[in-house]
Design a protein around this ligand. Structure first.
Ligand code: SF4
Length: 223
């Protein structure tokens, strides 16, 4: 059985060759990008905070100029007033069909009466993101719904939503799930994963997208 994540689907849609390098050949491009490190730290801090741990020491340890970005993200997170969630870092493994397992981890779930909301912390800017079209939205709403349905916690897709909290911009965007979306997402995920499995990885031509690609130093397309 093949296992896919939202990140894998997104990478394939950006460039099949990049997908091939990362997930088939297991190559990593060298990077001096600090944003991934900050992302991990803020997710960890929020996780412990929502689990009720005393995070004062962690926050005090941030008190140096190198951590200014992290401190701002933390301050902005607190401004949303999120204190109580029903689950943190919910891992899901959901069977899509006899060949495919979809997996991922939702940052948190919040329940109100008979509705459930998937919460996701984003450290990047909200400017160029349309949450309705994000692979993460499609995979998370579809899979978390299937998981919660099997757990007898939800019976109607209309009662599930996903909210992205953009910690940098102090904004949030919510996407509601629906019966129609459930069917559309299911067809889409089946078609896309089948396409990935059957894809013939030939090197294609150099294109504009290659200019800023961190994989260009190891990608055959750029030789
Ligand atoms: S250099 Fe171009 S073809 Fe190669 S992985 Fe990057 S975007 Fe894809």
């Amino acid at each position: 059985m093949k296992i896919y994540t939202a990140g894998m689907l997104k990478t394939f849609s950006q460039c099949p060759e990049k997908y091939n390098l990362i997930y088939n050949e297991h190559l990593e491009a060298p990077s001096d990008d600090n944003s991934a490190v900050i992302g991990k730290k803020i997710h960890s801090l929020i996780y412990f905070f929502l689990k009720g741990a005393n995070v004062n020491k962690m926050i005090l340890s941030l008190d140096n100029p190198q951590n200014e970005n992290l401190k701002t993200l933390w301050k902005n997170f607190l401004s949303f007033g999120i204190r109580n969630v029903s689950e943190c870092e919910l891992t899901f493994n959901v069977i899509l069909n006899e060949n495919i397992l979809m997996t991922g981890r939702a940052d948190a779930l919040r329940e109100k009466k008979d509705t459930i909301e998937i919460l996701d912390w984003k450290t990047g800017s909200s400017d160029n993101i349309n949450p309705e079209r994000e692979y993460q939205t499609i995979v998370y709403l579809y899979c978390v719904y299937k998981l919660l349905f099997l757990q007898h916690r939800i019976y109607n897709p209309e009662n599930l939503s996903m909210t992205y909290y953009f910690l940098k911009n102090k904004t949030y965007k919510t996407v509601k799930f629906s019966k129609e979306k459930y069917k559309i997402y299911e067809i889409y995920l089946n078609e896309l994963t089948e396409k990935i499995m059957l894809y013939q990885y030939n090197t294609s031509n150099f294109s504009d997208k290659c200019v800023n690609c961190s994989f260009k130093i190891i990608c055959q397309n750029t030789y």
